[in-house]
Design a protein around this ligand. Structure first.
Ligand SMILES: [Zn+2]
Length: 295
């Protein structure tokens, strides 16, 4: 009986993840369209092709009436074009109307978010009380925002405030719940503050010293959101360490093979997000292993 329950929950989470991933993917394009309009207003140089392709997406952003459109032919998409994964697979990754390739971005967002939802459930501590459930749902919500930030920063080296601020908002709620329900609220508060110093404070210093060259201010704000969600300074250190480790694993082969040049731009947001997710889901076992192995 228990197993059947678990399977049902996992299926439900996979479906929810696919839908939320689809939403996250569409949001990435809409945010980009808005960004281009704002850049144009401010007289910045923008890619005219990209602007023309994305402009129709910005007409009615974030409303229920706003249907997604094909980026190539601007055809408004019907409900059966918007089924996560199924629509993409049914047309072999092309637009039903103009037959141009859609690319793998949408299905990757959908699969990634579904994987995140299911993986989180499998690795999450047992959910017993309503508070546990609330914390888990907040975590999934934070994950959707992180999926948007991850993709946006990979594509355009920017972490838009329209997503970072809601993430910080979710972080404040999560940290608040943790502090008020903790047996030792003062310690919990200190832990949150320490995590914020590690993840956000360090970037703030780097940003200040380098005048924004080494890290962007977006990383400082992202670090704050992640620290609030973590609420634990040891896990914050681990997240930072993993981000740098993964960064090295990506950059060094790139430098050696000559695909990357010194001074090539590596977006730090996605690395930090990966390090953070690993820390939350399996950080405690990693720390335990580290302490027994080396201390
Ligand atoms: Zn099309």
């Amino acid at each position: 009986m228990m197993v059947l329950m678990d399977v049902a929950v996992i299926l439900l989470l996979a479906l929810a993840g696919l839908s939320m991933g689809s939403f996250a993917g569409a949001t990435v394009w809409r945010l980009r369209a808005r960004q281009l309009i704002e850049d144009k207003k401010e007289g910045e140089e923008i890619d005219k092709e990209e602007y023309k392709a994305l402009l129709p997406l910005s007409k009615a952003p974030f409303t229920a009436r706003d249907r997604s459109r094909c980026l190539h032919c601007h055809q408004t998409l019907a409900w059966y074009d918007l089924l996560p994964l199924v629509s993409w697979l049914s047309t072999g990754g092309t637009c039903r109307y103009c037959r141009k390739r859609i690319g793998t971005f949408e299905p990757l967002m959908e699969l990634g978010t579904a994987g995140f939802f299911v993986g989180s459930y499998l690795l999450w501590p047992e959910i017993i009380t309503a508070l546990d459930l609330a914390q888990f749902i907040l975590w999934l919500l934070g994950g959707v925002l992180l999926a948007i930030l991850f993709a946006y920063d990979m594509k355009w080296f920017l972490l838009p405030n329209r997503v970072v601020f809601p993430l910080i908002g979710v972080g404040v709620i999560v940290a608040g719940l943790r502090i008020f329900t903790s047996a030792d609220s003062v310690m919990a508060l200190i832990d949150v503050a320490a995590a914020a110093s590690v993840l956000s404070g360090l970037y703030l210093i780097l940003w200040y010293v380098s005048k924004g060259k080494w890290v962007g201010f977006g990383d400082v704000k992202l670090g704050l959101g992640l620290a609030l969600l973590l609420g634990n300074w040891q896990l914050a250190f681990l997240a930072l360490f993993l981000a740098n480790l993964i960064g090295c694993l990506v950059v060094i082969p790139g430098l050696v093979s000559g695909k990357m040049k010194r001074g090539s731009h590596v977006p730090f947001g996605p690395l930090l997000i990966i390090g953070f997710v690993i820390s939350v889901l399996i950080g405690q076992p990693i720390l335990q292993w580290y302490f027994t192995a080396f201390l």
